[in-house]
Design a binder for this molecule. Structure first.
Ligand code: NAD
Ligand code: IPM
Ligand code: MN
Length: 365
């Protein structure tokens, strides 16, 4: 039977709670599909800081690099919020993304029929939304230099960062986006701030130039401020969106709310080669951590993306996705997606119900 090494990075806050559910789902689906998983659990973020003094220990990165795929919960928390930059949990996550060279972050946002009522948008606006944000993940203002703290000519403290993109960084993310759009509805919207920022001017120029190689994809451009507005005005106008690191971070959180909750949205981060990194788009949710309130479905769906994009195990991926739908069909809801008449459950119980669905014939793809 096929055997894969999976690195599990629980991280902080609700991370361990949601990873525990996703791990069980992977184990169960493996036994049903004749796959074997060898899990290695290593620390990242605040958990790693507390254990080793750094947010991404060398052993964590080397374990991740040596595996077939990496599943991460979330990092961060109040305890480390005032740490110096190189000792922040978030820095560990950025080092991990850079270390794995996973430049393309796929963040799907789909309004499930079962959750239309959980959306804050009107039913006719939210119903049927199915979009994919392709976020550049290893460049832009998150990594640009120069950056730091200094003083200006008035002796005043300043903090500064640099939004920078090279042509090859833009081309490779644009290619992923064109390919993604091609497999979906054939519509790609590139979101930038080319009316103001040089990095965006180059972005628009390179994306436009590449579009001649993808005549079957209909390319449009939109400024990010308008895109933020259009996403809540009429989200169905979008299919695939490609954008830079920071705009993609913000727009994907916005898109999550169309679908009902940030607790539902998974992601896949892919590079040219090597293992992919799979994580929910949400954070460590310190406000509900340790209370068994977290929605584990974003991480369970990230495990499905791991199977599909990381391992090519399409059938196993679909089995997990079908189980999530079946669990929702049976009325189970965590607090973030709860509406009247449904069954309110915690993280663990939601997990148990997903296992039940995976096990049942109903969920067989
Ligand atoms: P967050 O995503 O952690 O939480 C925002 C809100 O959404 C909170 O009210 C939270 O309770 C809720 N929420 C998030 N995930 C949920 C889930 N699965 N189920 C139910 N409710 C959920 O964002 P934040 O509060 O801005 O950040 C908290 C910490 O997480 C910070 O330290 C931040 O840096 C970190 N963070 C990490 C990641 C990551 O690990 N990829 C992503 C975003 C934020
Ligand atoms: C995310 C998070 C991270 C990001 C932070 C925690 C570094 O917000 O995964 O969306 O900004 O990419
Ligand atoms: Mn984010």
């Amino acid at each position: 039977s096929k055997s894969y090494n999976i690195t599990l990075l629980s991280g902080d806050g609700i991370g361990p709670e949601v990873i525990s559910v996703a791990k069980s789902a992977l184990q169960l689906v493996a036994s049903l599909e004749g796959i074997e998983f060898k899990f290695r659990e290593v620390p990242v973020g605040g958990a790693a800081l507390d254990l080793t003094g750094v947010p991404l220990p060398e052993e964590t990165l080397s374990t991740a690099k040596d595996s077939d795929a990496v599943l991460l919960g979330a990092i961060g928390g109040y305890k480390w919020d005032n740490n110096e930059k190189h000792l922040k949990p978030e820095t560990g996550l950025l080092q991990l993304r850079a270390g794995l060279k996973v430049f393309a972050n796929l963040r799907p946002a789909t309004v499930l029929p079962q959750l239309v009522d959980a959306s804050t948008l009107k039913k006719d606006v939210a119903e049927g939304v199915d979009l994919m944000v392709v976020r550049e993940l290893t460049g832009g203002i998150y990594f640009g230099k120069p950056r730091g703290f200094s003083t200006n000519e008035n002796g005043e403290e300043i903090g500064f960062n640099t939004e920078v993109y090279s042509s090859h960084e833009i081309d490779r993310i644009a290619r992923v986006a064109f390919e993604t759009a091609r497999k979906r509805s054939g519509k790609l919207c590139s979101v930038d701030k080319a009316n103001v920022l040089e990095a965006s001017m180059l972005w628009r120029k390179r994306v436009t130039a590449l579009s001649s190689e993808y005549p079957d994809v209909e390319l449009s451009h939109m400024y990010v401020d308008n895109a933020a507005m259009q996403l809540v005005r009429n989200p169905k106008q979008f299919d695939t969106i490609v954008t830079n690191n920071i705009f993609g971070d913000i727009l994907s959180d916005e898109a999550s709310m169309i679908t009902g909750s940030i607790g539902m949205l998974p992601s896949a981060s892919i590079g040219e080669s090597g293992p992919g990194l799979f994580e929910p788009i949400h954070g460590s949710a310190p406000d509900i951590a340790g209370q068994d309130k977290a929605n584990p479905l974003a991480t369970v769906l990230s495990a499905a993306m791991l199977l599909r994009y990381g391992l090519g195990e399409e059938k196993a991926a679909r089995r997990i996705e079908a189980a999530v739908l079946d669990t929702l069909d049976r009325g189970y809801r965590t607090g973030d997606i709860y509406s009247a008449g449904q069954k309110l459950v915690g993280c663990k119980e939601m997990g148990e119900q997903v296992m039940k669905s995976i096990d049942s014939k109903v969920a067989t793809p």
